[in-house]
Design a protein around this ligand. Sequence first.
Ligand SMILES: Cc1cc2nc3c(=O)[nH]c(=O)nc-3n(C[C@H](O)[C@H](O)[C@H](O)COP(=O)(O)OP(=O)(O)OC[C@H]3O[C@@H](n4cnc5c(N)ncnc54)[C@H](O)[C@@H]3O)c2cc1C
Length: 506
Amino acid sequence: MYDVVIIGAGITGSFIAHELSKYQLQIAVIDKNADVANGATMANSAIVHSGHDPKPGTLKAKLNVRGNEMYERICKDLGVQFQRTSAFVAATSEEERRTLDLLYQQSLDRKIPVQYLTREEALQKEPNLSDEVQYVLELPTTGIIYPWEVTIALMEEAVLNGVELHLEELVEDVRPMENHPQSKDHRENYVQEMMDGRAKDMCYDIKTDKGSYQTRFVINAAGVYGDKIYQMVATQTNRDKFHISPRKGEYFVLDKLREPLVSRVIYPVPSAAGKGVLVVPTTHGNILLGPNSQVIQDKEGINNTSDALNYVKREVSKTVKNIPMDKIIRTFAGLRPTGDTGDFVIEEATDAPQFINVACIESPGLASAPAIAEYVMDTILADKLTLIEKKEYQRRTPILDPKKLSREERHALVQNNPQYGKIVCRCEQVTEGEILDAIHRPVGATTVKGVKKRVRPGMGRCQGGFCEPLVVDILARELGISPVEVRLDGADSVMLTEMTDAENQI
Ligand SMILES: Cc1cc2nc3c(=O)[nH]c(=O)nc-3n(C[C@H](O)[C@H](O)[C@H](O)COP(=O)(O)OP(=O)(O)OC[C@H]3O[C@@H](n4cnc5c(N)ncnc54)[C@H](O)[C@@H]3O)c2cc1C
């Protein structure tokens, strides 16, 4: 019997698991994917927004502002990157200027640092602003993170402190347990009894494609599938309480440039469709251009389309000029878990006591994630769970990056461990030592993409053309499997079909 089972190992589920791992509780996290951070958390703009633009009175507004305050400290404790880059909101007309005025006042109301810049002042800071930009609002508390790194580090620390992580396991059903009334009528009565305080503690049986879990609390942090998971327990009247439609966003990634194109996030003025198409520096020195915003039906539809990418190209040129489109090294797409309620849905379900929806977590979900975990703990779980802090809490050791060492330190490292002297990825200068660390630590990489997410071979100019076969070899050797069994990502993503006779003889 678990105290809490969390469905979903994106940034939301990982922050909650990390928070819960500080207490003496039995916790499990289940995710259908082969790695953590493979849903919306995998493909986004990676911005810790200041909280300037969510609608007043929403959870989005409250938790974004609080999340932004929390991030720096948390990233420091986890040993991961957080850069407070600042951001510009760039207006190109008098009409857009009126929206800037609203955002300015809204930021002041939320005590978010904000200032107007003249075009000249803005150009001093960002010389590549387009000639169309007339007015600029600066939001200095805006930051950027590396979402995979944060999520993996959170889960790593949670696992070090006793949380069980079950990957590649699909939740197929969630039911109140056998000893509780199963028929629909009985259930409705039972729910009423729970609400009146007449029934005992609730338990749930979670059925997956590999087994089952019994738990007192369920946290539904299943991203675009949050509505489907809730419908497994909802009474007929509540089944339509919220629906989630994936809202796709597509991007270009630019190679690292000799002279930075921009050094802070450049937003256009937001519209009903969202924050608009951005130019974003990444923590590793690349530039993201995107995303567009398109509601689709397919909850797995992360293909790129030429229409969307052409739209992104046109839109970014409205705020930034001199974009070197010949430096594009990759395109990708992500799906926002957009709900029809207009806000995050974070609450204990009224018809399923101890079943907690943390759903519709679209943007600013990343920026809000630490505050979402805090909110779930403080407003929902603290009254219902006995929270006894663990006496000893283990902190993770960050992955050692030789590039951050001095020449002397690097020399000593290689003397001690020659694997740090073997470069596997030339573009990103990744050594075999780092790859071994990524594979053998808690929540270690088991796939080529898992290695890439942790230490970046394949993220550079050649996109893995040189290093991918080497990573396949290392994974096969370290996991004790044949190269043919090494996967790019999930179950079906085999990379090699068979060994040649010559290879079999080696
Ligand atoms: C294009 C785009 C740009 C964005 N930009 C930003 C930004 O700059 N700043 C910001 O704050 N936010 C941004 N966001 C939003 C942010 O990425 C999300 O709010 C956040 O990642 C949601 O995290 P999550 O953990 O709730 O969901 P997810 O990361 O989607 O995780 C849900 C997990 O649940 C698992 N799951 C689902 N169903 C099942 C099942 N039946 N069984 C087992 N597991 C299951 C999935 O495999 C997945 O891993 C952006 C999103 C997109 C798509």
